[in-house]
Design a binder for this molecule. Structure first.
Ligand SMILES: [Zn+2]
Length: 303
């Protein structure tokens, strides 16, 4: 697993883009009221607040059947989804929002900065929607979040921290959860990918070069957050399936790891600084082939 660059090309390989159900996996409880309902490409997390369900990120439109299956598998019902929080305006994290809202009337949340970027750059967003699979649609959030805003439902209060870089308004999220008689801190770093931050990509996408500095500032901004359970935007950012397999093999609490937050942020920073030194040819080479299948080969070999 150490040879894989988790910030390299982890787009699904062509076979999985053509047959998105190949990315689906059984969902599971992480801890307490927190569940993983995502797929091998993108994370979706479900929180059972006691006053309805929160979904934190939803898959691309092609992942909707898998998400619905996963919610049902865990014994929940989509009519109880009250809030959908989207970490950033990339359609692998929001592509099925409109379909879910159509059936649930859930309230949707996105940062004001990303909401404005979507409004002002419809061609770029439409092109990305197409690139990331069929049926992806942009959406208009009900609530536009500012840095530090909180979202409260039932027993859960989620703090939304602006960590721009990956997009102009990507947010990281933090909340406390009661677990086995104590409070544990949950944290998820929003927007850990940086391929879109090369000079060439920024220019092409009409985005400011200052996003490169913002990316580093954002890592520093959340460095001191206390995080006992680190979640990821993508499963390969926090090795969530590997942890799940460890639990299946008898380990009690593989998700609880207070050292992971800093290890992850340091790896992200180091890889990004390496990336900034690369030539356009080296960047192209790094992103040439999908590594997603290779990444999971070891994980599910004996499952
Ligand atoms: Zn993204």
């Amino acid at each position: 697993m150490t040879t894989i660059n988790r910030f390299g090309n982890m787009m699904p390989p062509p076979e999985a883009v053509a047959h998105p159900y190949l990315l689906d996996r059984t969902p599971f409880q992480i801890a307490g009221n927190l569940y993983f309902v995502g797929n091998e490409w993108c994370c979706s997390h479900l929180i059972d607040t006691g006053a309805g369900l929160i979904l934190l990120d939803v898959p691309a439109a092609s992942g909707l059947p898998g998400l619905l299956y996963n919610i049902d598998y865990l014994g929940f019902h989509i009519r109880d989804i009250k809030y959908i929080i989207v970490s950033h305006a990339h359609s692998d994290h929001f592509g099925c929002v409109n379909a879910l809202v159509h059936r649930t009337h859930a309230k949707t949340f996105l940062s004001a900065a990303d909401a404005m970027d979507m409004r002002q750059n419809p061609e770029r967003v439409a092109a990305m929607n197409r690139d990331l699979g069929p049926y992806n649609e942009s959406f208009v959030p009900d609530v536009e979040l500012q840095d530090g805003d909180t979202i409260e439902l039932g027993n859960t209060v989620i703090r939304c921290v602006l960590t721009p870089g990956h997009t102009v308004g990507v947010m990281s999220h933090f909340w406390d959860m009661d677990y086995r008689g104590r409070t544990v801190h949950i944290g998820i770093y929003g927007g850990a990918g940086f391929v879109s931050l090369s000079k060439e990509s920024l220019r092409k996408n009409n985005l400011p070069l200052s996003l490169q500095d913002a990316f580093l500032d954002s890592i520093a901004k959340v460095w001191d957050e206390p995080v006992d359970i680190m979640l990821g935007n993508h499963p390969f950012h926090n090795d969530i399936y590997q942890k799940y397999m460890r639990r299946c093999r008898g380990e009690e609490d593989p998700f609880l790891d207070p050292t992971e937050w800093h290890r992850f942020l340091q790896e992200l920073k180091d890889r990004f600084l390496d990336f900034l030194k690369m030539t356009p040819e080296e960047v192209r080479e790094m992103y040439r082939d999908s590594q997603l299948t290779m990444y999971y080969q070891g994980c599910f070999k004996n499952s």
